[in-house]
Ligand binder design. Sequence first.
Ligand code: AMP
Length: 378
Amino acid sequence: MTTLSNLIKPGSTIGIIGGGQLGRMLAFSAKEKGYRIAVLDPTADCPTAQVADHHVQAAYDDVNALKKLAEMSDVLTYEFENVDAEAIKEVNKQVAIAIPQGTDLLLNTQNRLSEKDFLKKAGIPLAAYAKIINGDDLKEAVETIGYPCVLKTIQGGYDGKGQVVLKSASDLTEAERLLENGTCVLEEWVSFEKELSIMVARNASGDTVTLPVSENIHTNNILLKSIVPARASDETLKEARTIAETIAEEMALVGVLGVELFLTKTGDLYANELAPRPHNSGHYSIEACSHSQFDLHIKAVCGYPLPEVELLKPAVMVNILGEHLEAALKLNETQPYWHVHDYGKTGVKEGRKMGHVTILTDDRQETLKAIDETKIWD
Ligand code: AMP
């Protein structure tokens, strides 16, 4: 039973650490509910600052800036995992303000090795992995794990950055070069049929809800499309939900967490990565669900009970990267039913996430074809 104590009520200010598109979409949801928004981000006119009431323009690990954000906020949340957990702890100590997501979640997820150790302990299926500090560790682990495998830096990597795929011994030299950046983790290569993800939300009272499972298509390691619901068996979808709920419970999650999964041809699911925040593959929920991942996150960090989420209509989401932006914004002229989101970023760069399009559909295959026919994502 939910106890409605320590509610952060509408009219209060939510301080968001990180001012990208996730912060912006959190702000939209929060504003609709009557909250004010303060944001900490080093970039002037960043996506969240454009829609926030206050902007503290400073680095994420600037303790004085974090304190300033805390002083103007009733609750703090973070929108990405590369936040300095130590700096947040410092603020937690000195300012009487809650960061409901906590710092353990951050520490567990910003380090690939602690994330895997946590998942293993929680009984979540994972590809084989090993901690690699030097070339000898690497050679030894390759013997056990075998080729192909992938070496990843344990900190700071995203969208495939800081990774070397090893197909044979000739890739060892390049992999050893990656070790110069610090400790790494070697993972067995999963020959997956599909990549799936699921968003789970939990509040401090233990209400736990999941969103429908997305099927994700990546190009150059960057998410390109999400198809919802994922084209997978009921059993797989159910297992994905169980995995997400178990992780949320074991982590004592407060807020939203994204769980990335590999689905093999034999129907096995393996956890790949966690994101301690709303996730790109959950953006479809803004239009396609009775409550979006952003609504759930705001409700959870403000202490409110969480609703079961209903999929109102299947959807396909496609990301707008820098190279797609100009043509994708023109879709407003020809596709009145498509929801074209523009994050308002000023620096257009190839590979940079600038927006996304969500298309509600009764026929996912037809919609994928319609996306292809635009030739924008070729
Ligand atoms: P990550 O940053 O770990 O999510 O990796 C980026 C992408 O690389 C994933 O979405 C997969 O497409 C691919 N990938 C990463 N690790 C593996 C693995 N162990 N087996 C197969 N594919 C992988």
